[in-house]
Design a protein around this ligand. Structure first.
Ligand code: T1G
Ligand code: NAD
Length: 699
């Protein structure tokens, strides 16, 4: 039950905010706090207050689940409580015992002093929820840390460690010993000083300094528009900090409040709040309870040190786990290890990794050319060529050599994990761990559950995903799993559109403007057109349909145009540049293919391009959900946001579909089905939910 506990320590009242798991400032907690304040501030024997949080967290902010929900009319607001604290007759000291985020930090900023535990972290991450600090954070933080430091914290939403909080001037001290004791002593000192408590709102020096830089905000708006392209909240944050500089405190506070209320109702904030909870839901597997035992992973091995293997190995080293990479030849091994060292050196050169830490990580990666050397590994991840026979051969050898409890995982992007597991005597220990390129950077990890993967194996790789800094999403076995299967539906339509009348740069512009980092053709050039060409040829060899949509893509590959790595693909690339340049030769190939297929080219507008690319992708997501190959629609959103650059401020494809309305999407799919045939038949689940007036997000 959310409540505030009161403990008297002499003349100091300690108020502990208790609302597990993160002491979110729910209506219930704020009500309890308001009651204690009302009583305590009337109690003359109380000379000071200390605020702290129960457990390991100070306060995780306002209760995000309550946004947009009706509030009891007489419920106290955070802003009202903050006013009471800042204007109190006695000093308030915040004892920041852990994370102080959002409204939690705003509460601390209203106190008259702040002490932090060494492990505490402080920040205003509201912008990540499409919001802005709505309880004085944009007005009080600049007064404490200066305008530019405040802009950096509020626009990025990053949490700062306690020591940085001290250096910035947010906290007055980092308490090495018992925090509460230090805070009570500090409160007694302030009370004994007999001076009116220092109000953050009255600290003006650092604000005034900003007036000397007239272009400050224009510069921040320009840079922020580039850094957070498409996101609305960062700009609103800048508006509010500017108000702190340009307006008297009370006016600034009003401006912030109005901006905050506009944000709460915005589509982008609804989408980003959905993403916040979706990122936490992915870890919950209905039939794998949280207390399922997991295999301790103390050492790892990676088979194949090519494009993916090297990045995968770096993830383990980055998490402090010793890892051995095995290659088929000495040259390939040396090449792979050299690329790893080069990647680390590049990160260090950007100042994002210290020399000692770099050497430590490289030291954790060992090369080997025989499987014998990895027989002690707790998990082995295979990342060899995408050929079934080679993978089966590797798994049969691993099964014979690896210790019985070891997990054997495959990084295949399309092949049947069950077929691979079947060549081992431990299919319960086999699972897919589908990383995304570059594997040491992309946050997404599709964990592919085989028919026989045990709950322990699943729980172990889901826990490992978090440990190596990935978002693990559990998916089922099918061709391309969740991400690549939907990608296939999307790129197929993009390829059809250029045969019907559009050009690659036109399609890419629509998708770029929608919020993706790049369109499907530039993305193909980045990933390498030969990768999907090889998969198409395999599918054809397995009796798959030879749809003409890829006719131009195939011809580019036959010409050796594999994209950036060959200097040309759908676009041309100047030496040393990654900027796609439209190429008349490609346009010629496209016009020729249209003519060959007897297609009369037509003008295709942006709306049609967007619909034709996004709706079939969503439709494929509906099929995947219906087949039970994804646990929730929000899991699909997390796959697409973290693996394919779907704009998070649109919530992911399934959330985006729900905002448009499934009836609209179903109707459009029916039209596309009529025009383009069975490949675009509306998914049964889409039709069912549309008919029921429901969304993918509803149970
Ligand atoms: N409200 C409601 N639920 C929350 C929550 C919050 N603020 N923060 C976390 N949870 C839930 C979360 O969904 C999960 O639930 C559980 O708590 C544990 O979370 C006026 C308007 C604090 C750093 O943006 O960043 O204040 O899945 O797994 O890894 O200006 O949670 O178990 O059911 O993330 O230890 C601003 C959000 C709010 C911070 C802890 N605050 N939280 O990380 O735990 S807006 C934030 C976090 C605001 C004011 C404005 C992290 C954390 P479940 P967890 P963690
Ligand atoms: P790659 O060709 O870059 O690397 C494969 C490496 O495996 C080569 O270095 C090769 O020497 C080595 N190898 C082959 N047979 C071996 C054996 N028997 N023992 C040891 N090493 C062996 O390929 P890649 O792009 O890294 O792809 C590897 C796997 O990851 C494939 O299954 C692919 O589908 C998958 N994948 C690739 C990407 C991507 O974007 N490239 C993304 C996700 C998954």
């Amino acid at each position: 039950m959310a409540e505030v506990q009161l403990e008297r320590r002499g003349s100091v009242a300690v108020l502990t905010l208790d609302n597990p798991p993160v002491n979110a400032l729910s209506v219930a907690l704020l009500t309890s706090l308001a009651q204690h304040l009302a009583a305590g501030l009337k109690e003359p024997a109380i000379k000071a207050f200390v605020l702290t949080g129960a457990g390991k967290i100070f306060v995780g902010g306002a209760d995000i689940r309550e946004f947009g929900k009706p509030r009891p009319p007489d419920a106290p607001t955070l802003a009202e409580i903050i006013e009471k604290i800042e204007n109190a007759r006695v000093p308030f000291v915040a004892a920041i015992n852990g994370v102080a985020a959002g409204g939690g930090l705003e509460l601390a900023l209203a106190c008259h002093a702040r002490l932090a535990a060494p492990a505490a972290r402080l920040g205003l991450p509201e912008v990540k929820l499409g919001l802005l600090p709505g309880a004085g954070g944009t007005q009080r933080l600049p007064r404490l840390v200066g305008v530019e430091a405040a802009l950096e914290m509020i626009v990025s939403g990053e949490l700062k460690p306690a020591q940085a909080g001290l250096e910035l001037g947010i906290v007055d001290a980092v308490a090495g010993g018992d925090l509460l004791t230090a805070a009570v002593a500090h409160a007694e000192t302030l009370a004994a000083a007999g001076k009116p408590p220092r109000k953050t709102r009255e600290i003006g020096g650092k604000i005034a300094a900003a007036n000397a830089k007239p272009d400050l905000f224009a510069g921040w708006r320009k840079e922020t528009a580039r850094r957070f392209r498409g996101y609305e909240a960062p700009q609103r944050c800048i508006d509010c900090v500017e108000a702190a500089v340009k307006l008297p405190f009370a006016e600034g506070l009003k401006a912030e409040r109005a901006a905050f209320l506009e944000r709460v109702g915005s589509e982008q904030s609804k989408a980003l709040r959905h993403v916040f909870f979706a990122e936490r839901e992915v870890a919950k597997i209905p039939d794998v309870p949280p207390d399922t035992p997991t295999l301790p992973i103390k050492s790892a091995a990676v088979i194949g040190c090519g494009t993916m293997g090297g990045g995968i190995a770096m993830n383990f080293a980055n998490a402090g786990i010793p890892v051995t990479v095995v290659e088929s030849t000495k040259e390939a091994l040396e090449r792979g290890l050299a690329i790893i060292a080069k990647n680390y050196a590049a990160t260090a050169a950007k100042g994002r990794l210290g020399q000692a830490e770099m050497e430590k990580r490289i030291g954790l990666i060992k090369g080997a050319s025989s499987f014998e050397e990895i027989k002690g590994a707790d998990i082995v991840i295979e990342a060899v060529f995408e050929e079934m026979e080679i993978k089966k051969e590797v798994f049969a050898k691993l099964d014979a050599i690896a210790k019985p409890e070891a997990i054997l995982a495959t990084n295949t992007s399309t092949l049947d994990v069950d077929a691979i597991a079947a060549v081992t005597k431990r299919p319960e220990k086999v699972i897919g761990t589908h990383f995304f390129s570059p594997a040491n950077v992309m946050r997404l990890l599709e964990n592919v559950r085989g028919k026989k993967s045990s709950k322990e194996t699943i729980a172990s790789v889901m826990a490992l995903s978090r440990r190596i800094g990935k978002i693990g999403v559990l998916v089922g076995v099918c061709d391309g799993f969740v991400g690549n299967r939907m990608l296939h539906a999307y790129t197929r339509q993009a390829n059809s559109l250029i045969l019907e009348g559009a050009l690659p740069h036109e399609v890419d512009k629509v998708i770029y403007d929608f919020g993706f980092p790049m369109g499907p053709f530039a993305m193909g050039d980045l990933a390498g057109l030969d990768v999907s060409w090889r998969i198409r040829k395999r599918r054809l060899a397995e009796g798959g349909d030879n749809h003409p949509a890829y006719i131009v893509g195939d011809r580019l590959c036959e010409l050796g145009r594999f994209g950036q790595k060959t200097g040309a693909g759908w676009f041309r690339y100047e030496a040393g540049s990654r900027t796609p340049v439209p190429d008349p030769l490609v346009e010629e190939l496209i016009l020729k293919a249209s003519a060959e297929l007897g297609i009369t080219r037509r003008k295709i507008g942006g709306e049609e391009i967007l619909e034709r690319c996004m709706y079939p992708l969503i439709n494929e997501g509906a099929k995947i959900l219906d087949e039970g190959l994804a646990l929730r629609a929000s899991d699909i959103d997390i796959v697409w946001i973290n693996g394919y650059g779907f704009p998070a401020y649109r919530g992911g494809p399934m959330f985006y579909a729900d905002r448009i309305g499934l009836a609209t999407i179903a109707q459009a799919m029916r039209r596309l089905h009529e025009q383009h045939g069975a490949i675009l038949r509306p998914a049964a689940l889409l039709e069912r939910l549309a008919a029921a007036g429901k969304g993918f997000g509803e149970p």
